[in-house]
Design a protein around this ligand. Sequence first.
Ligand code: ADP
Ligand code: ADP
Length: 226
Amino acid sequence: MSKLEIKQIGKTYTNGVQAVQDFSLDVTEGEFVVLVGPSGCGKSTVLRMIAGLESISEGQMALDQTRINEMPPRERNIAMVFQNYALYPHMTVYDNMAFCLKQEKKSKEEIDQSVHEVAARLDIEDLLKRKPKTLSGGERQRVAMGRAIVRQPKLFLMDEPLSNLDAKLRSRMRREIARLHKELEATIIYVTHDQVEAMTLGTKIVVMKDGRIQQIDTPENLYYQP
Ligand code: ADP
Ligand code: ADP
């Protein structure tokens, strides 16, 4: 990905709730952008609009100079990791990871190689034959990441991916996400209400309140605010 450009997008739900207003943001390759703010401030709505899971009421969105306002989610090449994992329960870990690649009509050999390579990277090779319900929370979260990574998306969207984990596992997974960001040179937009998570992971922090951006800055500059 070279660039995601978001210009003054807004979202008013059908029930009249103005969830997001006048939201503008540029995301360039390799950035780790964190959206932070209290529950209900519009973070998930922004992510869902970028993913194409929610329509945009106002504004423009372009990925590599192509307008994506109306582009179906599948064509955007954007992967999303949720807090509740959203794995397919009846499929093995392998099939969960292979699912999107099969839909893209990749060859069996190609799929097999990608799944094993990513599984090795995430240390989940031993889990490939298991079903999600037999896994721990941390293992499920790894699988969910693996499923996103095999697709080699232009952009990763993560919505509170660690919030269902206990504190110890959370800090371990946080380090792991930071490592993956570096190794894969991935571009990530990450949602959290946790300031420590925001400060330790982000290269750019977007502070939101009541559906609007309050401030955008590097973690260093935000930290040294009086
Ligand atoms: P956050 O992710 O920061 O917790 P959300 O984007 O989930 O915030 O929600 C922003 C606002 O929009 C909240 O007031 C929420 O109740 C409302 N909202 C979210 N989803 C919907 C929906 N599908 N329909 C109506 N209102 C919604
Ligand atoms: P999060 O803040 O983590 O995104 P929520 O618990 O706020 O999750 O929302 C869960 C689901 O409920 C989302 O799909 C959201 O769109 C929907 N939702 C949230 N608030 C409302 C609302 N006021 N009216 C209708 N749907 C809502």
